[in-house]
Design a protein around this ligand. Structure first.
Ligand code: AVJ
Length: 333
């Protein structure tokens, strides 16, 4: 079901991503000072559903703004990256975004890469029904660690798609390292279409992470619910509160869970003490200026070919071309 003699259908490649050792990572993070838990643990089944709800909130502009950019400029994107290519999507996220891109770009092969097997197969099957002639090569892998792709047609141009400002979860230096790794996958001359949330006024940014309905607070607190269930912990969800703010110096939203009293929490056989007001840092979401992101990308070996934004300048989608000769500048914010 691959190569030139067939078209359409799904091929599944399981790279058996190591299930993250959640207990070890959580215990390590809570032993640090200040305490922290990595944001990747937000996304259990309920957490993924809460995130979907966040993308629909009036205050959370990124998702709908990026969709608008893809609708308005999909044709131009296709002219830049070319049609009939191999399209690699990192994280098989929003089905609406990828549908828009598949329609505009009509790739020969679509290769979603995702750590969650269930999510990957479900969305691949949905897309196969909408695009019956599309060859889908679904890869179950952890794209945050080095991996190779099962590419059997070396003649295809390669384009990577990394939407949603997911790149904002990385520290800038890690983001640069990650872009460099994508460059190895798409090869010299390959293009990267990447969605990046833009720096803007503090009010708009902070509202997006402090919605009136409290869905983001619920999303943040759900992390503790997950630890209770999966790690045999005893967090009292009423004893922590959601806190999110924009740090303009660092150009990032920080999300925290703040202890509302002195307390002790047990995780399996470990006990952690929390002072009144002490926080667990659960997420960073970096925002960038356009030039700033382009110079970060240049340091990872990319030429900034084009950038599309919405009329209000809230969000950006960059077209980056992997140059054969990467420059070795280090990006510092
Ligand atoms: C999925 C990382 C892009 O940072 O805006 C949304 C996650 N956290 N609301 C973001 C998130 C709280 C989101 N990213």
């Amino acid at each position: 079901m691959h190569g030139k003699d067939h078209s359409g259908g799904i091929r599944f490649h399981d790279y058996h991503p190591e299930p993250a050792d959640m207990r070890a990572e959580v215990v390590r993070g809570l032993s640090e000072m200040p305490k922290r838990i990595p944001p990747k643990f937000f996304y259990d089944q309920h957490g993924s559903r809460l995130f979907d709800a966040i993308t629909q909130l009036p205050e959370y502009y990124p998702t709908r703004t990026e969709i608008g950019i893809l609708k308005d400029h999909g044709e131009e994107m296709a002219e830049r990256v070319g049609r009939g290519a191999l399209l690699v999507e990192l994280g098989s996220g929003s089905s609406l975004k990828i549908r828009l891109l598949l329609e505009a770009l009509s790739p020969s092969v679509y290769m979603p890469v995702d750590i969650s097997k269930a999510h990957l197969l479900e969305s691949a099957e949905r897309l196969a029904r909408v695009f019956p002639d599309l060859e889908i090569q679904a890869v179950c892998a952890d794209y945050t660690s080095p991996f190779e792709l099962p590419i059997d047609d070396e003649s295809l141009d390669r384009t990577a798609f990394f939407p949603g400002s997911s790149v904002g979860n990385f520290q800038p230096s890690e983001a640069q390292e990650f872009l460099r790794r994508i460059g190895l996958v798409i090869g010299p001359g390959g293009r990267l279409l990447i969605g990046v949330d833009l720096l803007k006024d503090t009010g708009t940014l902070e509202a997006a992470y402090n919605d009136a309905q409290g869905v983001t607070a619920e999303f943040n607190l759900n992390l503790l619910r997950r630890l209770n269930r999966e790690l045999d912990a005893d967090f009292d969800l009423d004893a922590f509160r959601h806190h999110a703010f924009f740090d303009r110096e660092r150009g990032r939203i920080e999300m925290h869970l703040i202890s509302v009293r002195d307390q002790q929490v047990r995780i399996a056989d470990r006990v952690f003490g929390f002072d009144l007001g002490e926080s667990i840092h659960t997420e960073c979401s970096y925002k960038y200026g356009i030039d700033e992101f382009q110079s970060l990308a240049a340091g990872a070996g990319y030429l900034a070919e084009h950038v599309w934004t919405d009329d209000d300048g809230l969000f950006s989608v960059h077209c980056l071309r992997n140059s054969a000769r990467p420059t070795m500048t280090l990006f510092q914010r």
